[in-house]
Write a protein that binds this ligand. Structure first.
Ligand SMILES: CC(=O)N[C@H]1[C@@H](OP(=O)(O)OP(=O)(O)OC[C@H]2O[C@@H](n3ccc(=O)[nH]c3=O)[C@H](O)[C@@H]2O)O[C@H](CO)[C@@H](O)[C@@H]1O[C@H](C)C(=O)N[C@@H](C)C(=O)N[C@H](CCC(=O)O)C(=O)O
Ligand SMILES: Nc1ncnc2c1ncn2[C@@H]1O[C@H](COP(=O)(O)OP(=O)(O)OP(=O)(O)O)[C@@H](O)[C@H]1O
Ligand SMILES: N[C@H](CCC[C@H](N)C(=O)O)C(=O)O
Ligand SMILES: [Mg+2]
Length: 471
């Protein structure tokens, strides 16, 4: 494709691809040079041109010699828009999900509901790019813009017509999912996370709101979990653009959750919609999974799905990997669950989900990630201390930080906890402590397959370790 076709200029050079890392530039590439969190991409412009870049999208003040300078004060956005024209076409229907917790679960449930409705569907997020028969990990929740656009276009080539993706706050802030028309966008909730990157809760919320103020199509629909304290901010942002709102939850108007009764293996939901009452036997436990199921139904309905059929399909949802996944039943009879709770609010949600199912004690094992928001650590300790009966504090991806210092910050929030650095040993100790009426919750890593220590990723899977320790 010609550069002029993509940029509206008269340039006749042929574009062969797009890159935001100069090491991935080949002859004919359009290079995006952006100031980042660690480095400044503008420092690599000369190297990119030497490598064959024919155009550089960068701020007006950047120096570009030997290639076309596509100057824009918001270069990430401009780069995404131009790249999208190159990578298109995309699947007919795309929806996005933002929120502190519940994005992965929701996009996965949307994918399942679309599949049940007969569509070829995919999801993109923390678990990777998932289709009916394949899953490929990308390493990030919202991949970088080039990976994102090429993946979405690749799905369309494979015949996928419906795609649901996670819009992380980092991804929104860095315009990683620019250029794909978003038909419906959902907000799950907002609570403390990622303050290392965003600085304040206000900035964190602002990044998430961009999904509704800029990314969502003008004729799209905002799907909002109405029970969250920040739902009103999202509704206001949507309404300011004249965008329709579909609200779900106890305070929801479109799908109103009238009641929720835990059962042995799931829960019974009574939902009022358009004057009718629907009773759904959801095969997943916990208020949080009910919330994600309703948000996912809202997204499907916002894209034209029939209300009754979509709600009925919730009864056939499969569990999401690493989200309240029952790993094993210990020799004592205690069930052991693995969950991806890595924020204070998520830990609360995971413990609350299990509480109705515990006759004895709820035993939790968890830690907090290194090189991430430090302030959430003590709060996670507080939640575990207040809500669980027995607490083990251990390591969860210390990355570049000293693991013992991270644990100390968590321990500061909880009075009676046992600290065991080795995650394997901590899981073993928790399972050994459990009696037949107890439940063990291993939180924080969910589906993850490694423990990140320094630059090393040591193979580690909570589910397999739990199984090993349960015999
Ligand atoms: C803080 C953050 O979001 N960093 C991401 C971001 O980096 P950045 O733009 O700040 O990059 P930088 O390293 O400062 O470099 C600036 C620019 O110079 C370029 N460069 C750099 C070096 C070089 O030799 N040549 C070159 O061209 C880089 O490609 C970049 O464009 O863009 C990079 C390319 O896409 C990402 O790999 C990187 O993710 C890092 C590894 C990361 O850990 N990100 C996490 C925090 C993240 O994004 N998490 C979210 C949320 C998770 C969730 O809660 O769901 C996610 O969506 O996964
Ligand atoms: N709707 C919700 N409300 C509160 N907590 C939730 C909700 N959904 C999920 N959680 C908690 O958050 C954890 C992570 O869920 P999920 O992976 O779906 O969220 P996410 O937003 O994709 O997370 P990440 O930001 O890491 O990608 C779950 O294991 C659970 O503990
Ligand atoms: N997407 C989240 C995942 C956190 C998972 C947890 N295991 C940790 O390492 O903190 C992040 O990058 O902050
Ligand atoms: Mg996720």
């Amino acid at each position: 494709m010609k550069l002029g076709t993509l940029t509206g200029t008269g340039e006749t050079a042929t574009v062969t691809g797009f890159a935001i890392d100069h090491r991935k530039v080949a002859p004919g590439t359009v290079f995006g040079a952006f100031p980042g969190a660690r480095l400044n991409g503008e420092d690599y412009i000369a190297a990119a041109v030497a490598g064959g870049a024919i155009a550089v999208v960068a701020r007006p003040e950047a120096v570009v010699e030997g290639a076309v300078h596509i100057a824009d004060p918001a270069p990430r956005r401009r780069f995404g828009q131009i790249a999208a024209r190159f990578f298109a076409p995309f699947p007919d229907v795309a929806v996005a999900v933002t929120g502190t917790n519940g994005k992965t679960s929701t996009v996965e449930m949307v994918r399942q509901l679309w599949r049940m409705a007969g569509f070829s569907a995919a999801s993109i997020g923390t678990l990777g790019v998932t289709t009916g028969d394949d899953r490929v990990t990308t390493g990030l929740t919202t991949p970088d813009v080039v990976t994102f656009l090429s993946n979405v276009a690749g799905l369309a080539r494979e015949g996928v017509t419906h795609v649901a993706f996670e819009a992380s706050s980092h991804g929104l802030d860095q315009y990683r999912s620019e250029g794909v028309a978003v038909k419906a966008a959902a907000f799950t909730n907002l609570s403390r996370d990622h303050l290392d990157y965003h600085g304040t809760m206000e900035a964190y919320l602002a990044a998430k709101l961009r999904l509704f103020t800029e990314v969502l199509s003008g004729d799209g629909t905002a799907v909002v979990w109405a029970d969250d304290a920040h739902a009103a901010d999202v509704v206001a942002a949507a309404k300011a653009r004249g965008i329709g709102v579909l609200s779900v939850g106890s305070a929801g108007e479109t799908l109103k959750l009238v009641s929720r009764e835990p059962t042995l293996l799931g829960q019974t939901l009574t939902i009022a919609a358009e004057g009718k009452t629907h009773v759904v036997k959801l095969p997943l436990i916990g208020a949080y999974q009910a919330a994600n199921a309703l948000v996912s139904a809202g997204l499907v309905i916002a894209c034209g799905g029939d209300i009754a059929a979509t709600l009925a399909n919730l009864a056939r949802l499969q569990p999401v990997r690493g989200r309240l996944e029952r790993a094993v039943i210990a020799k004592s009879g205690a069930p052991v669950y693995v969950d991806y709770a890595h924020t204070p609010d998520a830990l609360d949600a995971a413990i609350s989900a299990l509480r109705p199912h515990v006759g004895g004690r709820l035993i939790v094992v968890f830690g907090a990630g290194g090189d991430r928001d430090q302030g959430k650590r003590v709060e996670m300790g507080r939640v575990a201390g207040a809500m669980a009966d027995v607490v083990f504090v251990t390591d969860d991806n210390p990355r570049g930080e000293d693991a013992a210092s991270i644990r100390a910050m968590v321990m500061a929030g909880v009075r009676h906890a046992t600290e065991i650095g080795s995650r394997r040993e901590a899981i073993g100790a928790a399972i050994a402590a459990a009696g037949k009426d107890d439940i063990v919750l291993i939180a924080g890593k969910g589906h993850e397959q490694g423990q990140i220590v320094g630059d090393l990723v040591l193979p580690f899977d909570d589910v397999s370790v739990a199984r090993e320790m349960a015999v």
